[in-house]
Design a binder for this molecule. Structure first.
Ligand SMILES: Cc1ncc(COP(=O)(O)O)c(C=O)c1O
Length: 303
């Protein structure tokens, strides 16, 4: 399983765990230890508005949604928050701050409302991380594993991160998470720095290997790109009037990770769609979820 993930990502090392938040916790620990190893005693990590990284104390602190954080304060410190796709904001927020050690982002924000990082932005962040000796950490828990038509969504930008947390689709329903590291991050953890009881267990590894095997054998990446394009085109067609008059603000995403942003709250609509989905279970329907009131997220099945 590790060999396969290394091959698909172009990275070098893998740590296995069981969930997305655990993978992200490991990434945050890697970033802090990376800083400490350089003599930075209060490391800071750049995170994003509208981000979602999980529900543990550290990952909800990194998350950019007050609703997820409310009631669990005090949040942990050491985060610098910036808006997505704005390189100047990132530069301004980190200028003259020697404590910055990493930039942590989703290549496409999922829970935040399907907000893709632009290809140019991903490349600029990669360059900034290289110039400043920061880790580029990309949470691919939701947008990875073929959902966008490439194994990992950042691969559309032709870049490679230093740290990449994975989970969700990795085990086809069997709990399996992984943190994939490149050369810059691979040797940060020393024996005793991190661990897990169930990570890397035989069932999880088998599920992961089989998942990747089936995805390769059945061409599910191409399928995600093709069906995703078909869906996006069909939505644009069907919602042309609403797009023109502004009741639908935008259809966005990549492959089978598509969001439709409405101009007004859509809780009732998504509830109705979820009802329809339940009614049609067993068929290959897209799943619809409401997000932040105005977006519908459509993470359709890969096959
Ligand atoms: C981008 C992202 N990161 C992390 C997580 C947390 O994963 P888990 O629920 O497996 O802890 C999620 C879950 O939705 C997610 O979408």
């Amino acid at each position: 399983m590790a060999k396969k993930l290394v091959e698909l990502s172009g990275m070098t090392n893998v740590f296995f765990c069981s969930t997305g938040l655990e993978a992200n916790e490991a990434a945050l620990k890697l970033a802090r230890k990376f800083g400490h190893d350089k003599g930075i005693t209060r490391p800071e990590i750049v995170v994003y508005e509208k981000a979602f990284h999980g529900r543990s104390i550290a990952t909800l602190s990194a998350t950019g949604n007050p609703k997820i954080q409310m009631g669990f304060e005090p949040l942990i410190e050491g985060f610098v928050r910036v808006p997505i796709n704005n390189i100047q904001s990132l530069k301004d927020a980190t200028a003259n701050n020697p404590n910055v050690v990493a930039v942590f982002m989703e290549a496409i924000q999922g829970e935040g409302g399907i907000n893709p990082m632009h290809i140019g932005y991903l490349r600029e962040v990669r360059q900034l991380c290289d110039e400043n000796d920061w880790l580029m950490m990309i949470d691919e828990v939701q947008c990875g594993m073929g959902r966008t038509g490439k194994w990992f969504a950042h691969q559309w930008a032709g870049i490679t991160p230093d740290v990449m947390p994975l989970a969700k689709g990795l085990g086809s329903g069997v709990p399996v998470g992984a943190v994939v590291a490149g050369p810059k991050a691979a040797h940060i953890f020393q024996p005793g720095n991190h661990g897990t009881t169930f990570g890397g267990n035989p069932l999880a590894m088998r599920a992961g290997v089989e998942t990747i095997h089936i995805m390769e054998e059945e061409g599910l990446l191409d399928n995600a790109a093709r069906v995703g394009q078909h869906l996006s085109d069909a939505f644009a067609d069907a919602l042309a009037t609403e797009l023109a008059c502004g009741t639908v603000k935008e259809i966005r995403g990549l492959g089978l990770m598509i969001g439709i942003e409405l101009a007004k709250p859509c809780a009732a609509l998504t509830q109705q769609a979820a009802g329809d989905f339940t009614h049609h279970q067993g068929t290959k329907w897209a799943q619809v979820q409401g997000h932040r009131g105005r977006q519908g997220q459509i993470p359709a099945r890969l096959c």
